[in-house]
Ligand binder design. Structure first.
Ligand SMILES: [Ca+2]
Length: 180
């Protein structure tokens, strides 16, 4: 679904993400709620819900840690990032991907196949790229590399915040607010 977000709003969102990233510490878990765009209300789950979904949530949390998408589709693009603040992107591509999809950033399930598109340029928090609602959807603290070369591409990354979420998830602490 395409979201109409102006540059002003985008700047506020990115600034919020940066603030959350800078405040990364176990003592401030409230800084890491669901990503902007996620359902805002906090859902309190009962014990039965937590028990029944404990295993699926732990698996999903682990899968969130890494991204490894193979892409097929026309384009030329390159991206390198170390958190949102350290993002450099230039190019255009529209593709079908398969592989590890990367952080979910919200309580949902990301399929191992899907559509991915990104066009334009981004330098740190100044993101002038558009993705038509099917962008790579990086995690706020994700680090990685992506490239699209004519008809094939690859995108790999790892998010240390998701690793922390996966570990704390064993204690049913949902740092990222992405548990089902
Ligand atoms: Ca989680």
């Amino acid at each position: 679904m395409k979201k109409a977000i102006g540059y002003g709003t985008l700047s506020v969102i990115l600034a919020t993400l940066l603030t959350a990233g800078a405040a990364a510490s176990p003592s401030s878990p409230v800084a890491f709620g669901p990503a902007p765009g996620a359902t805002p209300e906090k859902v309190e789950h009962g014990a039965l819900h937590i028990l029944l979904l404990y295993l699926p949530n732990r698996v999903l949390d682990i899968l969130d840690v890494a991204r490894l998408r193979a892409r097929v589709g026309p384009g030329m693009a390159a991206d390198v990032r170390v958190t949102k603040a350290g993002d450099l992107f230039l190019g255009t591509y529209a593709s079908v991907y398969a592989g590890l999809p990367g952080p979910r950033n919200r309580p949902t399930v990301k399929l191992p196949v899907g559509l991915e598109s990104r066009n334009g340029a981004a330098v740190s928090v100044v993101d002038a790229s558009v993705d038509g609602g099917i962008g790579p959807d990086y995690g706020a603290c994700e680090a990685g590399l992506g490239v699209q070369l004519l008809i094939v591409g690859v995108d790999a990354g790892v998010d240390p915040l998701e690793l922390l979420d996966a570990v704390l998830g064993l204690l049913t602490i949902d740092l990222r607010g992405d548990d089902l």
